[in-house]
Every structure is written in structure tokens, then in C-alpha cells.
Design a protein around this ligand. Structure first.
Ligand code: NDP
Length: 289
């Protein structure tokens, strides 16, 4: 694969547009998947305290400095060679909202990840009924000012949560990581992000695999002689989203990263724009607390 293009966050930090997601990856599998993804050219990894696999991710990263990648040997390895080439995101879980609890949760994540800094730290969900996301974000700002994280942001924030956050925030979030795919295109939020200088990061970018059977996507895939997953991920990139697909096999990991050798036309993009049906595969942010 050609490596992913990088986008600049609102503080100048660069992030690979294509990353690798690790939700529902058992801790014992995380290291191998990270090693495979590194071998396939991914440099950006998305985990969370709640996923319970931060230490597995750490074991995968450590392999960079020692063990050969399990799919190595081609002689043309695209694996990064230095910590600076990687972009690692983790997130503070709902039960750890609040200033002090968030600082403690961050320390735990750092121990699990075995890193000296993380590239991005996010509030996993706004949990509006807890009413603590402003305080939680203040802790993220402290970590940012202390140089322990290179960028801070949020996840699953609705427009009204962003408005409330910005009443007290000193640092504009670098990203809002939200459910986004062709069946849930999030036009309103994407527009709001554009106005505020926040990058849109798509979770479940493949709609948890549900959209891979969409006939319009399959037709585009046939036309471009690629797969449905590749059409969808290419669409994300051309929209300007950051996308973090998860996959559990070498073939899929490689397939999802092989999206830089074709382009969707304006007409193709317009066809996909028509597929939005407000379909969520995960929870609505107002219902998670
Ligand atoms: P995705 O949209 O990435 O879809 C993953 C599913 O699609 C898996 O079942 C996978 O199967 C399948 N799949 C992947 N690639 C292919 C392919 N090429 N062909 C066929 N099937 C494929 O869903 P996720 O929910 O995992 O989201 C991605 C990431 O987003 C998460 O891992 C996590 O990092 C993040 N996330 C964040 C959330 C948040 O609240 N902030 C919430 C949910 C996710 P298999 O694994 O069997 O290969």
C-alpha cells in the first residue's frame, strides 16, 4: 500500500487519514493485529480504556523495535521505524468523567500503553446526564499543556455538546470522533466541525460491515474493480474524514489499506450522498451515560 495521506489538526499536528480501529478486539489478539496493520502500512491506531486492549496494542507497537512483522519478508516493508511515525489515540471512559478521575484514568492508560506520550486523547462519550464533560475536558487541557498528549478532542459530541464545551474550553478540540458512514452521513455535524476547525473522524466507517451489501456501493465497486469496503473508505477520504476501520484478518486489513490507487468521481460521490438514511449501528450519544 502507499501510506495514508496526512491531515493537519487545528494545532498543526499531523494525523493519518486512514487508521486502524481496535474496538471489540480481544486483548490477546490486539498485538498480532497491530503487527499486521503496521506491516500493511497503517501508522495510526485507535484504542480506548474501555476496549481493555491498550496493553495488547503496546505489545504490537513494541514489535516495531524487535520482533519481525509476521507478514514481513517481502523486502519492501512499509513499517514505521520510530515512535514519531506512529499516531496513537486512546479515550477516557464514561465512569472516569471529572477532573481528578480523568487524570487518574490517563495515568492508567499510559501504564497500559507503555508510552511516554499519546498522540491524541479523547472524551469517549459526552454523557450529558453526568454533566461533567466540561470538567473532564479541563483535565485533557492540563495533559495537553503538560505535553503528555499532542492533541485533545472529543467523541460522540452532538452540536449542542460542542456548544456547551466551547463555553469553557480554552483549546478547541482537534477532532470529534462520531459514527459516520454512507447510511449516516452526519451533514450537520460535519458542517459544524468545518466552522469550528474540528476534524471529523468516522467510527464504524464501514457501518460495522452492514453497508458492504448495499447494492449501490456494490455497483460502484464493480465499476472501479475494487471491493465495497474500498469504495466506502475511499469515499471517507475524499470527503476529508479520518476513518478507522477495524478488521480481523490479514486480507481485510490489507484490502482496507489499498485505497490510494483509484478515485471516485463527483458523480460517484453524489450517488453515495443519496444513500444517507440516518441509520445508526451504535448508540445515540444522548442515551449513553
Ligand atoms: P467498522 O465499520 O470498522 O466495521 C468493522 C466490521 O466490518 C467488522 O465486523 C469487520 O469484520 C468487518 N470488515 C472490515 N473490513 C472488511 C472487509 N474489507 N470486508 C468485509 N468485512 C470487513 O466498525 P467498528 O465498529 O469496528 O468501528 C471501527 C473503529 O471505530 C473501532 O474499532 C473503534 O476504534 C472505533 N469506534 C469508536 C466508537 C466511539 O464511541 N468512539 C464506537 C465504535 C467504534 P472482521 O473484524 O471479522 O474482519
Amino acid at each position: 500500500m502507499t501510506t495514508s495521506p496526512r491531515l493537519s489538526l487545528n494545532n498543526g499536528v499531523l494525523i493519518d487519514q486512514l487508521g486502524f480501529g481496535l474496538y471489540k478486539v480481544p486483548p490477546e489478539d490486539a498485538a498480532n493485529l497491530v503487527i499486521m496493520a503496521l506491516e500493511a502500512g497503517y501508522r495510526h491506531f485507535d484504542t480506548a480504556a474501555m476496549y481493555g486492549n491498550e496493553s495488547g496494542v503496546a505489545r504490537g507497537i513494541v514489535s516495531l523495535y524487535g520482533v519481525e512483522g509476521i507478514h514481513g519478508g517481502s523486502g519492501e516493508s512499509v513499517r514505521p521505524t520510530a515512535r514519531e511515525d506512529l499516531f496513537i489515540t486512546t479515550k477516557v471512559w464514561n465512569e472516569d468523567h471529572g477532573y481528578d478521575a480523568t487524570l487518574r484514568a490517563f495515568d492508567n492508560s499510559m501504564i497500559n500503553l507503555g508510552l511516554e506520550y499519546v498522540d491524541m486523547y479523547l472524551i469517549h462519550w459526552p454523557c450529558p446526564r453526568r454533566g461533567l464533560f466540561q470538567e473532564t475536558y479541563r483535565a485533557l487541557e492540563t495533559l495537553y499543556h503538560e505535553g503528555k498528549v499532542r492533541a485533545i478532542g472529543v467523541s460522540n459530541f452532538q452540536p449542542e455538546h460542542l456548544d456547551r464545551l466551547l463555553e469553557t474550553a480554552e483549546v478547541v478540540p482537534a477532532v470529534n470522533q462520531i459514527e459516520l458512514h454512507p447510511w449516516l452521513q452526519q451533514d450537520e455535524l460535519r458542517e459544524k466541525h468545518r466552522e469550528l476547525g474540528i476534524r471529523t473522524e468516522a467510527w464504524s466507517p464501514l457501518g460495522r460491515g452492514q453497508i458492504l451489501k448495499d447494492p449501490d456501493i456494490l455497483a460502484l465497486a464493480a465499476e472501479h474493480q475494487v471491493t465495497a469496503a474500498q469504495v466506502i473508505l475511499r469515499w471517507h477520504l475524499q470527503l476529508g474524514n479520518i476513518a478507522i476501520p477495524k478488521a480481523s484478518s490479514w486480507d481485510r486489513i490489507k484490502e482496507n489499506a489499498d485505497i490510494f490507487r483509484f478515485e471516485l468521481s463527483a458523480l460517484d460521490m453524489a450517488d453515495i450522498a443519496r444513500l444517507d438514511r440516518g441509520h445508526r449501528t451504535g448508540s445515540h450519544p444522548d442515551n449513553v451515560n
